[in-house]
Design a binder for this molecule. Sequence first.
Ligand code: FES
Length: 158
Amino acid sequence: MADIKFNEANQKKFEQLLKRYPQKRAAMLPTLWLAQEQYGWLSPEVMTYVGGLLEVPPSKVYEVATFYTMFHLQPVGKYHFQVCRTLSCQLRGAEGITAQLKKRFGIGIGQTSEDGRFTLTEVECLGSCGTAPMLQLNDDYHEDLTEAKLDQLIESLE
Ligand code: FES
């Protein structure tokens, strides 16, 4: 793997970030986010790099990265479906949404399709309980889902 290092733009963002915190280690979440934006996921090498930047051991970085579902610990597909499985969504059909995606892409939860296009994960409440069931596809929410709406959404993807 090529050397892990922020590109120029992200290095600048990182330096700006550091100014906002009294200690380097306090910038852990936004730094991990920046690293994920650049690399798509947080490999052990990327976490080690972040640890070096923030002067904390890689094990500490790993602890934080594994705690938050927004961080990817393995590569994700071009389209990342994150289905909310918490109570409101569960009561309003989240299981059916997940089952539909599994069947459509031929993958299980936590897996990526062979062509690298689709990843399916289940996540806890995304704060949109009033429009359950819902999912997050990359950066966007899709709410009040039905089987037909989900089909339409999948068809619209390139
Ligand atoms: S329970 Fe699904 S968004 Fe809150």
